[in-house]
Structures are given as C-alpha cells and as structure tokens.
Design a protein around this ligand. Structure first.
Ligand code: AMP
Length: 315
C-alpha cells in the first residue's frame, strides 16, 4: 500500500488508498498555528452542532498519547490535539531545552488516530510579551511532584487553562499516568466553573510494564531495562493489597525494596496517600489509596502510580 504524506502550510494530507490516488481514505488534519486559527476551526464545528474533544500534549507522541486521542474521538465528533512544550512547567535545572521533539512524526501519528486539528503554537503565541498572570491551585499541588518540583503545577495549570480557553472544547482527556496533574486540573475546572468535562485515561504501558513516557527516550539500554522496577514494585504492592495488606508503611516498603533492586535507581519519593486529597496515609488505608512513585535514572525522572480500591480484595 502506498502512503504519501503532503505537509502543506495548513493541512496534513495523507493518502493511504491502495494506489495512493483516490481520496476515499484521505484524512485531512488541519494545522492550527494561531489562536485565531483554532477559534475559527472550533467555531465552525460548533456551528455544525459538533462536539469537540481536546488532548493537550507536549509532543514526541507515543501510544499513550494516541490512546487519549482515540478516547477523545469516542466522546466527541471533532478531536483537537495540541503540541506545545510548555517552558513554565520546567524548573531552571530541568530538561526544557533537551525535551525530545519530532513535529513531523507527531503530526503523522495524530492523523493516524483521526485527529481533526492540531494546535502548534509558538512561545510568543502562548506567552506574549507582558504576560504576568498565572493560575495556582492550592493544597493538592504542595504534595508529591509539587514538593519535588516547586512551581511545576502553576506552569501546568496556567497553560492548561489558557489552552482550554482557546479551544473551548466540550471534553478534554488527560492521562492517569500524571495522576496528580489530573487531580489538580479537575480541581481547577471545579473551582473556576469551567464548562469542560475532564476525562481520565488509564496508564498505557510498554510490554514489560514501564509506563510510556516521552522521557523514556533519554534512558540508556541498562537504565531502560532497570526502569521496569517502578511497575514491578507497584504490582507487588497491588498483589499484597488484593491479599488484604492495608498498612501504609508496609505497602510503601514493598515498593521501595523492589525499586532498590536497581542499582541505578535514585528514589525521589514513594508515597502511599489518600487518592482524593493526596495526603500521606499513616497506619491503615481505609479509603481509596494511591501509591505514587518518582524515581531518577541518571538525570531522567520517571513517575508511575497505582490506584487501590478498598473494596477489592481476593476472598
Ligand atoms: P505530556 O506530553 O507528557 O505532557 O502528556 C500529555 C498527556 O498524555 C497527559 O495528559 C499525560 O498524562 C498523558 N500521558 C502521557 N503518558 C501517558 C501514558 N503512558 N498513559 C496514559 N496517559 C499518558
């Protein structure tokens, strides 16, 4: 099958018909560079009574991102994704400059899962000179990644609110891999009365269990092999939970011990916390519980988590 990709200034057109000629299999995906482009695109969909779904990303797309786009397509008629590496969510010594980027590959992947429009703003479009306002969500952001990465969530909520205001979608999909981010965004949407429904998507994993992440591309082959200790540690705790273990410290120890099997892993945190407030649990876990981990391999910081339901126990 011949596949031909044409990248014009405003459209990505890929023909996948057997001869690469007919257009019955063509999928046109609109490339949206400015806020006006996005507004015109979504307004026209709205005028036709269509429901809009939105998936914000920082690009370097993998199957996790694509699963979010597919889910958006199940909830909405028109799917818009964004590719923007947001500088305000990176700390001064973090990987903003080296964050992996592959716009051409991303556009082809987004198109392959049926995205209808992709917003590709530049820095000045998102943060014009003179921007001084930011959004800060209290409480939830002081914990877990919020305490290891000060200011990170202010950067996230500011850019997500701006994107939600630009796209004005009916729904927006976020991954549970970034569990705390999802919780913070839900809180912001509630607190600021935003007219968008937030939908979570379960963590998409590599065959060996490692949660997919654009940052996995930083790992050396040995680090990549050892990085599976995050998911195996969480799995171990999950099995113990199913068998009735509810003591937070013991659950935490199980995960920590497994991660320590890797001589390259440097633990940032392993926390057993309340799945709603994200407050650390002391003693027995009686409500829905989250085990969240952040681990460095060299300079690469990976996160993962596991949600435990108090009702679920093998009898
Ligand atoms: P990012 O490009 O890393 O900012 O991620 C964009 C969106 O994709 C966020 O909502 C992430 O939570 C989500 N995401 C990233 N990796 C995964 C994954 N492995 N499984 C599910 N969702 C993911």
């Amino acid at each position: 099958m011949k596949s031909e990709m044409v990248l014009s200034q405003h459209w990505l057109i890929v023909t996948t018909s057997p001869l690469g000629l007919g257009c019955e299999d063509c999928h046109l995906m609109k490339l949206l560079y400015s806020i006006e482009d996005v507004r015109a695109f979504t307004q026209s969909a709205r005028n036709r009574g269509l429901k809009i779904g939105f998936v914000p990303t920082m690009g370097f797309l993998h199957s996790g991102h694509l699963a979010l786009m597919r889910l958006a397509g199940e909830w909405a008629d028109v799917v818009v994704a964004s590719l923007f590496v947001n500088p305000t969510q990176f700390g001064p010594n973090e990987d903003y400059d080296s964050y992996p980027r592959d716009v051409t590959g991303d556009l082809e992947k987004a198109r392959s899962v049926g995205c209808d429009g992709v917003f590709l703003p530049d820095l000045k479009t998102m943060y014009p000179d003179g921007s001084v306002t930011h959004v800060s969500v209290g409480q939830l952001t002081g914990r877990l990644c919020g305490s290891s990465r000060p200011g990170h969530f202010d950067g996230v909520t500011t850019v997500v609110l701006k994107l939600l205001n630009i796209v004005e979608s009916d729904i927006a999909v976020f991954g549970e891999k970034d569990y705390q981010q999802l919780a913070v965004i839900r809180q912001m949407v509630r607190d600021l009365n935003l007219a968008v429904t937030i939908i979570g998507h379960p963590i998409v994993r590599e065959p060996d269990g490692l949660a997919m992440s654009s940052r996995n591309s930083y790992l050396s082959p040995t680090e990549r092999t050892q990085a599976r200790v995050l998911s195996t540690g969480l799995k171990k705790a999950n099995v113990a939970w199913q068998n009735g273990l509810r003591d937070a410290a013991s659950l935490r120890d199980l995960v920590q011990k497994k991660i320590s099997d890797s001589n390259l892993a440097r633990i940032d945190y392993v926390e057993v916390c309340d799945a709603e407030s994200l407050a650390p649990i002391q003693g027995e876990c009686v409500r829905s519980t989250l085990i969240a981990v952040a681990v460095f391999f060299g300079e690469t910081r990976l996160i993962d988590n596991c949600l435990l339901d108090p009702q679920s126990q093998v009898s």
